[in-house]
Design a protein around this ligand. Structure first.
Ligand SMILES: Nc1ncnc2c1ncn2[C@@H]1O[C@H](COP(=O)(O)OP(=O)(O)OP(=O)(O)O)[C@@H](O)[C@H]1O
Length: 275
């Protein structure tokens, strides 16, 4: 099991981050602190750069500039130690591949298996260290999917697939959970279950950071909110950041961004000055 860390420290600290795809900058001058042991929601319109921020945190994308630390150390060290679990928005999983729910969730343990003795790693899966099976079992119980452990992943509903992906992240037993839209496309019972799992993780001292468009869920459950749209547009409590006024400001920033990006010239009411 992971040990929880003092809640006063920053789990992740981002400073002066700039990120671009080809020549288009999508994140600029990002300075953020994600408090340890808290549940943070990242909120922003489509195309705001939320997933891109996660790509940088998970090391799959290099920033143009800036630094990212976890627990005051280079984040790569924590990634290598398996302390950062990630649930992507669109998983690069071949859902038709004949693999079971159990084996998919076991994928969350591969990072930890690297530290097992070589002889053990060379044996068939059933001889892997018992702690890996225990972690998978625990994760499947948490998302209420143990009954379907042997089912091929191709035979799952959309909500069940999301729960399996969450279980895979939980099985990693990481201190930091990065979840990109864990609630998208799930029915109300699955949403309730996922939110209660995340609340338990936070209560166990984990740092939960999720991208979400679910405002009622975020208002009700999270401790901290980051508003983002290419720049950081605000950070604070859900009451402050998710007020109607603040969300309207964020929506306006999105329209302004689109206008700037397309370099649409404002229509002058009397451009010739001759009436
Ligand atoms: N592989 C890519 N190549 C080029 N541009 C990309 C690529 N991936 C994302 N982008 C662009 O980067 C910007 C930020 O995308 P990103 O996926 O981070 O936004 P997001 O906030 O996660 O959006 P959504 O809420 O729709 O998932 C968008 O303008 C998007 O079109």
């Amino acid at each position: 099991m992971t040990t929880s860390l003092p809640s006063t420290m920053a789990a992740i600290e981002v400073a002066g981050l700039y990120v671009a795809y080809q020549r288009q900058t999508v994140l600029e001058d990002i300075h953020l602190t994600f408090p340890a042991g808290k549940w943070t929601a990242i909120v922003g319109p489509n195309g705001a750069g939320k997933s891109t921020l996660f790509h940088v945190l998970t090391g799959s994308m290099k920033p143009l500039q800036g630094s990212v630390k976890a627990f005051d150390e280079p984040i790569a060290k924590h990634r290598r130690a398996g302390r950062i679990a990630y649930m992507a928005q669109r998983e690069a999983i071949e859902w038709d591949f004949p693999v079971s729910v159990w084996d998919t969730v076991m994928g969350g343990r591969y990072g930890h298996m690297r530290s097992d003795a070589l002889w053990r790693r060379l044996l068939p899966a059933r001889w892997h260290h018992a702690r890996h099976s225990e972690a998978v079992h625990e994760a499947l119980v948490a998302v209420n999917m143990l009954d379907l452990a042997d089912r091929p992943i191709g035979a799952l509903s959309g909500g069940q697939k999301k729960r399996v992906l969450l279980a895979r992240a939980l099985a990693q037993q990481a201190s930091i959970l990065l979840l990109d839209e864990p609630l998208a496309g799930v029915d109300p019972p699955s949403e309730k279950l996922i939110l209660s799992v995340l609340r338990r993780e936070r209560e166990a001292g984990k740092t939960v950071i999720m991208v979400t468009h679910d405002m009622p869920g975020a208002r009700r459950y999270v401790d901290h909110v980051v508003l983002i749209n290419r720049f950081v547009r605000g950070t604070g409590t859900p009451e402050e950041m998710l007020s109607e006024a603040k969300l309207a400001e964020l929506a306006v920033s999105s329209i302004e961004q689109t206008v700037n990006d397309r370099q649409i010239m404002p229509v002058a009411s009397n451009s010739s000055g001759q009436g």
